[in-house]
Write a protein that binds this ligand. Structure first.
Ligand SMILES: Cc1cc2nc3c(=O)[nH]c(=O)nc-3n(C[C@H](O)[C@H](O)[C@H](O)COP(=O)(O)OP(=O)(O)OC[C@H]3O[C@@H](n4cnc5c(N)ncnc54)[C@H](O)[C@@H]3O)c2cc1C
Ligand SMILES: *[C@@H]1O[C@H](CO)[C@@H](O)[C@H](O)[C@H]1NC(C)=O
Ligand SMILES: *[C@@H]1O[C@H](CO)[C@@H](O)[C@H](O)[C@H]1NC(C)=O
Ligand SMILES: *[C@@H]1O[C@H](CO)[C@@H](O)[C@H](O)[C@H]1NC(C)=O
Ligand SMILES: *[C@@H]1O[C@H](CO)[C@@H](O)[C@H](O)[C@H]1NC(C)=O
Ligand SMILES: *[C@@H]1O[C@H](CO)[C@@H](O)[C@H](O)[C@H]1NC(C)=O
Ligand SMILES: *[C@@H]1O[C@H](CO)[C@@H](O)[C@H](O)[C@H]1NC(C)=O
Ligand SMILES: *[C@@H]1O[C@H](CO)[C@@H](O)[C@H](O)[C@H]1NC(C)=O
Length: 670
């Protein structure tokens, strides 16, 4: 193909503007059949034929620009086309490289996107004079808003956990001074670091198709960014083109959805589903779904954080929920997905259409097989919920041993509670030398009235009393999931880089008499060493009314205790201190957790970026099949994210051990 440099002299931009008119996009000229069958529902408007990129619209572009090669926007339909047309380059093209698209090409691309292309400006840029947008008052706003997840969600680029972005443009702690070497100085340099170079603010499917074709054909790094919630910064990448799905906010309640029955396509289920469901746009956040469910008198399976993208990383990673002990994982609820594939083609995925991808996209991780544009998830009738909160600490009558015996008393009931459909969300943490806190925040009895729930938990509370641990249990009954959620889970705080977490999915054997002592002492070692344990008593309930034959980590199916463990360090810590803390987390604390639960796993969406043998931990026995599908649908590696399926074929340059950032070139290992 013609080198992009030559496009500049051809004035393609001006030509295209003449041909299409300033406000007309390529996609507007597109025509094509709406994928449909008797079992699928109407897509969202942004997914309709008018809003897709088709062969016709591309042909019309090529015809209108006879003197230039615009084939860098073409689809790739065969395996050879899917491999980069530049051959197997060692690294993705990086800004400043000779082959990096020149401004004229970005302008042309922007034109085909009807102006949806954004050049990245870091969220904290107003805090720095080198950015050209310095403003003390704007910086003050940045500083004050930084810990609010919404502030990051609404930005096309930002990441909520900046450690692996590279911390290259953090809000300054004061208005700064003139000393560039002091932290908090406006004269220090703000750089892009791991943030993507450009972002496409997607409002229709054609934008995603054009972005994927552009990045694939020009060998650019691609990232998919929804809310920026990812622990491991999987939604950023230096020098990347970012597909920003946040604006895809449509929510549709479908009173009676009829699922495809798997005929012809090799689906494994015969039952099908007929009942209430939601179609959710890729940018919809958890709380938005919950509100819509409340308004329609139904319940939807979702997580605990208000701003997590339910159709984005949540479902892709598996998705655990206060509903999971009753209904299974978030990914289990999916009836259908609409997806732009690495080829650029837009397809519907369900039991009968692309059943292999239907399997892989439900649990195999985000940013791996394509960009999901919407999902259909089943809904459940409204349920009552009863919650229980209490806490206890070490104290005059509670020794450290008694405190941990109290934790063990809870572990003894993990199987009983989850088998009954209950869920627990709790914190175990040191609060001073030799002092510890256990905080139940809350235990959640889904579909249980208060009397029923009290009957379930009272034996446990009696065990605590027998140990001499005084507690004041507070029960509360609600008549819907949303009401429970809204008054139970506090808004979260983000933006810091003074801690890092890993996790373990403990099977129920770990809490049985023969093993609970070992499990407790592994947990206790980490807590006594300064770790913060955020625990879930949860199971992925078997649910014959949904399709659970998916790629969710098999370890989830055996779990009754999911423990997240965070290691912290001072805010002003040196890299050496961060490395030390991270190494302790991975090689001491979590190593003991792995040793007491051999063959189990960790949750990829809340896992350790330094997890050894991440393929086994995050994907278990599904890994070989997931990898084969990766090679089938994305042989050139258009999609990459740290610890994603196939990521072992790539590395990011310029790494500091234990603090792997996205701030570097993305290169192939071989
Ligand atoms: C405070 C907090 C609470 C949490 N609580 C829970 C919980 O209760 N249950 C639970 O299961 N998880 C929970 N998580 C983890 C959460 O599910 C993951 O962080 C999830 O990946 C976030 O997805 P996102 O789309 O919002 O974030 P992003 O960071 O934008 O994306 C996450 C990953 O998904 C990819 N991705 C996003 N959208 C798409 C798309 N449309 N198509 C393809 N790939 C896409 C991204 O490229 C990235 O790899 C929590 C996380 C936090 C920070
Ligand atoms: C893309 O076009 C829009 C509208 O013309 C413009 O506002 C925006 O700045 C352009 N983006 C880039 C990266 O030039
Ligand atoms: C910022 O970057 C510029 C240009 O690279 C350099 O000259 C300057 O010394 C840097 N300033 C600081 C404080 O690092
Ligand atoms: C809401 O759902 C519950 C449980 O299915 C049902 O009993 C109730 O009648 C419904 N309320 C309305 C207003 O539809
Ligand atoms: C400790 O136990 C004693 C004796 O039962 C009791 O009087 C005292 O109130 C308890 N202290 C606390 C802090 O619970
Ligand atoms: C809630 O419990 C009732 C019976 O107690 C049952 O019929 C219903 O299916 C349950 N709902 C869910 C969502 O499990
Ligand atoms: C577990 O520890 C308790 C004391 O805390 C002890 O009585 C019991 O025998 C231990 N169980 C096993 C299997 O070692
Ligand atoms: C961090 O701050 C604390 C308290 O202000 C100080 O004692 C410590 O030396 C600082 N550490 C580093 C690495 O600057």
């Amino acid at each position: 193909m013609m080198a992009p440099e030559s496009l500049r002299s051809l004035g393609v931009t001006a030509l295209l503007a003449t041909v299409l008119g300033p406000n007309q996009s390529l996609a507007a000229a597109a025509t094509g059949p709406l994928p449909s069958s008797s079992c699928t529902t109407q897509k969202f408007t942004y997914e309709s034929a008018d809003n897709q990129l088709t062969e016709t619209s591309l042909t019309s572009l090529h015809n209108q620009t006879p003197n230039s090669d615009t084939s860098f926007l073409d689809f790739a339909d065969s395996p050879s086309q899917l491999l980069s047309r530049r051959g197997r380059q060692a690294c993705k093209t990086f800004p400043g490289d000779p082959l990096w698209p020149p401004p004229a090409v970005w302008s042309l691309f922007n034109l085909t996107l009807s102006g949806a292309l954004i050049k990245t400006v870091p969220l904290a840029a107003p805090c720095y004079t080198n950015t050209g947008v310095y403003s003390a008052s704007a910086c003050k706003t940045v500083r004050e808003s930084w810990s609010d997840p919404h502030f990051h969600v609404n930005d096309p680029t930002s990441a909520m956990f900046p450690l692996y972005q590279g911390r290259t443009c953090m809000p300054t702690e004061t208005d700064g001074g003139d000393d560039p070497s002091s932290s908090g100085s406006a004269a220090a340099n703000c750089t892009l670091g791991g943030y993507a170079a450009y972002s496409v603010a997607v409002t229709k499917v054609s934008h995603i198709q054009l972005a994927l074709n552009f990045a694939r054909n020009l060998n650019l790094r691609l990232v998919v960014r929804n809310t920026g919630h990812d622990f491991a910064d999987k939604s950023v990448g230096a020098g990347a083109l970012s597909v920003w799905t946040h604006k895809l906010k449509d929510i549709e309640f479908i009173e009676r959805y009829n699922s495809c029955r798997g005929g012809g396509g090799g689906g494994t289920r015969t039952g099908g589903y007929s009942g209430p469901a939601f179609r959710l746009g890729a940018g919809v956040e958890t709380e938005e779904v919950y509100r819509a469910a409340e308004a329609n008198n139904v319940t939807v399976v979702g997580g605990e954080c208000r701003t997590v993208g339910i159709a984005g990383g949540y479902i892709a990673g598996g998705g655990h929920s206060p509903m999971s002990s009753i209904a299974g994982m978030g990914a289990d609820q999916v009836l259908e997905m609409d997806v732009v594939l690495p080829s650029g083609r837009f397809v519907t995925v369900n039991e009968g259409s692309y059943p292999d991808l239907f399997w892989a996209l439900r649990g195999g991780g985000g940013s791996t097989y394509g960009v999901v544009t919407s999902v259909v998830v089943r809904a459940y009738p409204r349920i009552p919920v009863t919650t229980l909160t209490f806490s206890f600490t070490t104290g005059p009558n509670v020794t450290v041993d008694t405190f941990f015996a109290g934790f063990k008393a809870y572990m003894n009931y993990f199987d009983t509670f989850t088998a009954a459909g209950a869920y627990g969300y709790f914190l175990v943490v040191g609060i001073g030398p030799g002092q510890y806190l256990f905080n139940m925040m809350p235990m959640w009895g889904g579909n249980m009235t208060q009397p029923k729930f009290e009957t379930l938990v009272n034996p446990f509370l009696a065990d605590l009393a027998n140990l001499g641990i005084p507690i004041t249990p507070v029960f509360k009954e609600y008549d819907s999931f949303y009401k429970t959620y809204a008054s139970t889970f506090p808004p979260e705080v983000v933006g810091g880089f003074d801690s890092h977490a890993g996790s373990r999915l403990f099977p129920k054997e770990n809490f049985e008499p023969g093993k609970v002592n070992e499990t407790l002492s592994a947990a206790r070692h980490a807590i006594e060493g300064g770790g913060v344990l955020i625990g879930y008593n949860i199971r992925a309930a078997p649910n014959p009314t949904v399709n659970q034959d998916n790629s969710v980590n098999p370890a989830w199916r055996k779990t009754t205790g999911f423990f997240i463990l965070a290691a912290g360090w001072p805010v002003n810590a040196t890299d050496a201190q961060i490395q030390q803390a991270s190494e302790t987390l991975t090689n001491d604390w979590l190593a003991r957790w792995r040793a007491v639960s051999p063959g189990a796993g960790s949750y990829l969406s809340e896992g350790d970026i330094n997890e050894p043998d991440f393929q086994q931990s995050f994907y278990g026995s599904h890994y070989p099949r997931l990898l084969a599908l990766k090679k089938k649908y994305d042989p050139s590696g258009l999609f990459y994210a740290p610890t994603a399926v196939g990521s072992e074929d790539w590395y990011v340059t310029g790494q500091v051990p234990w603090i792997p950032t996205q701030n570097g070139r993305l290169c192939r290992r071989s």
